[in-house]
Design a protein around this ligand. Sequence first.
Ligand code: NAD
Length: 323
Amino acid sequence: MRVAILGAGGLGKAAAQIVECKDETTLVAVADASGFVYDPAGVPAGAVAQVKVGGSVAELPTGQATEDSIGEIIRLGEQIDGVFLALPNLPNEFIPGVVTRFIEGGFRGSFVDALKRTRAMEMMFDLDERMRAAECVYLTGCGATPGLLTAAAALAAQSFVKVEKVDIWWGVGIARWDDYKATIREDIAHLPGYDVERAKAMSDAEVDSLLAQTEGKLTLHEMEHADDVMLERAGVIERDAVHVGGVMDTRSAQKPVSTTMTLTGITFEGKRSQHKFILGDETSMAANVCGPALGYLKRAHWLHQRGVYGVFGSAEMMPMVVK
Ligand code: NAD
């Protein structure tokens, strides 16, 4: 599978490294805000990883500077089988707009994203008909949460005749916030008194001073997270019974709390119980987002090869293992 990654921030760089570890995938293109690199023989992930925050893949030997790197990737068309969108989604319309450009540009392949906001994902589902007409497959919400944990909830639901609630409590530790600027701004948008527009407009210095007030930690409750709409679509539970929150530590790579998905349900014998899915504390956000995203990209490509097109949520599909 020839893979293009849009966005070369924290997650884009990590995804490039995972693609390179695998035999079934070749990283052929990477795009960021200031340029892109294309190499059908394989873009070296190590060189992408070395691009500094604020730099661009345009600095690579085969890189090119441009103000419309996404347009350049769309023009590559048939040279690409699958696209991982590791772009910031600020505002909510940004990624749906990028995807619409691919459809209008005649791209005919597979996509995954790691979208987080419910509203943004609803916009993606609205593109289903256009995606089918364009003979594309789009799997949305394929990161960690939404993503791995949402799919785990769909699996856990099988033991129960009624699911009462799904609670997700995540912990992420990163050594520097600016390795993941979009992730942190999107998390800030969930704080009381903030929204997507306000978080997008914040300068780096303003983010620094906000984080300084809490020793680098963000604790978030009742997040507007698309796990809810995906589990509702998959028939697991109504969206109001899905609760997502967590703790982000931007000053230590160690997780502040273990990431846990707890599903509560009633069995056919009338017994109430819980299934829990706990991520290993040593696994990073990058591993838990980019691994599933690439597993889902393989599933999207698999569907595409079988002529099944459209937009699906990660709770409706199992990711495949990329060898
Ligand atoms: P980042 O800020 O580190 O990097 C973003 C990259 O996108 C940069 O390379 C930037 O140059 C590029 N970019 C920005 N605008 C662009 C444009 N117009 N054209 C081309 N490239 C452009 O981002 P990140 O922290 O790696 O996060 C990426 C996304 O992943 C975010 O939307 C975040 O919400 C999502 N995420 C999802 C999960 C999950 O579990 N679902 C977890 C973490 C992050």
